[in-house]
Design a protein around this ligand. Structure first.
Ligand code: PMP
Length: 322
């Protein structure tokens, strides 16, 4: 019998069963308005954090720090909680997400939908949730991945996300700069290490909300770029401060309007940090036109911000006859 498969058929999975975790990574690298944007919101669980969740959990299993029957407990502004809940569900661990009160209800609901228990601790910033998760992590039968401090976070970005981007850039192109907001700092530091291995002059540029320039000035404030500037200088950044060249500030309101524009003009339904990242990357290119290959990331999807930013806008749109 002739094969039913056309010659153009390109399988993406080998024979046999896979899990949803196989979908992590291999996201597209788009070129938007002169900036290379890694479309990380397309990862399962809806963010870049799927990568560190899988990597840190598997590293901890190998190291014997995480054993069958254990509970994973992690502090998160939401995306890492969602990602760890997904990995824990696949691998059969109990998951406890500790997150601040009053951050996106979508992320809280998604962690619960993925089978995690969510404990709300502290107000807006992640400090108190972090302390509680670390304390619980000391308990027998609990494992705390400590995303804000773990070198496995940096390692994932250096050895997986970074090489993937290098592979996707056009022949002969190497990054002249990487621009990323700082939550744990793992993305920025890990990508900086990966890119400097091929271009030692690659600039490593962090992004903070103008309202909360914690790393640049020590100021802590409320802002709308959730996922970055969590209220403290993360351990990873303390350990690798000399690897970051400088910090740009983006006002929350501009990040949010850029987020809306990205959806409407590029079809990428992303969250506020993606708006901040693209604005900061374009500013860097305007200020330093010699930087040809600038890389940034669209870290999470707009679905995580429906109640904060989109449903109310839709209501306003229809009220004004739109
Ligand atoms: N953007 C979003 C939406 C995030 O959730 C995070 C991580 N919390 C970041 C950016 C920053 O990534 P990192 O933790 O690697 O600094």
């Amino acid at each position: 019998m002739d094969s039913v498969l056309s010659p153009d058929f390109r399988p993406t999975q080998g024979k046999g069963a896979a899990t949803v975790l196989e979908r992590i990574g291999n996201t597209p690298l788009a070129h938007l308005e002169g900036v290379w944007c890694k479309l990380e919101f397309l990862n399962p669980s809806g963010s870049i954090k799927a990568r560190i969740a899988k990597h840190i959990i598997e590293r901890a299993e190998e190291a014997g720090q995480l054993r069958p029957g254990d509970t994973i407990v992690e502090a998160s502004s939401g995306n890492t909680g969602n990602a760890m809940a997904m990995v824990a569900a696949v691998k059969g661990y109990r998951m406890l997400v500790v997150q601040p009160v009053g951050i996106s209800s979508e992320r809280l609901a998604l962690s619960r939908a993925l089978g995690a228990e969510v404990m709300e601790v502290g107000d807006f910033h992640v400090n108190e949730a972090l302390a509680r998760a670390q304390e619980l992590g000391e308990t027998e039968g609990y494992f705390c991945p400590r995303q804000f401090a773990s070198e496995w976070n940096v390692e994932e970005n250096r050895t997986w996300l970074g090489p993937e981007i290098l592979h996707q850039l056009p022949e002969g192109a190497v990054p002249d700069a990487v621009v990323a907001g700082i939550g744990t700092g793992g993305t920025l530091v890990g990508l900086g290490q990966a890119f400097r291995a091929v271009n030692p002059d690659c600039l490593v540029v962090g992004v903070e909300p103008t309202e909360s320039r914690t790393i640049a000035t020590g100021a802590v404030g409320r802002h709308q770029i959730e996922g970055i500037s969590d209220g403290f200088v993360p351990q990873i950044l303390q350990d690798h401060r000399d690897e970051v060249d400088y910090l740009l500030a983006v006002p929350s309101a501009e990040a949010v309007s850029e987020m809306r524009r990205i959806a409407q003009q590029h079809g990428c339904f992303v969250g506020p940090s993606s708006g901040a990242h693209l604005l900061a990357a374009k500013k860097l290119q305007r200020d330093r036109p010699e930087l040809k290959t600038v890389v940034t990331l669209f870290c999470d999807g707009g679905e995580k911000y429906f109640s904060e930013h989109f449903l109310s806008a839709a209501v306003q749109g229809s009220e004004s006859g739109g």
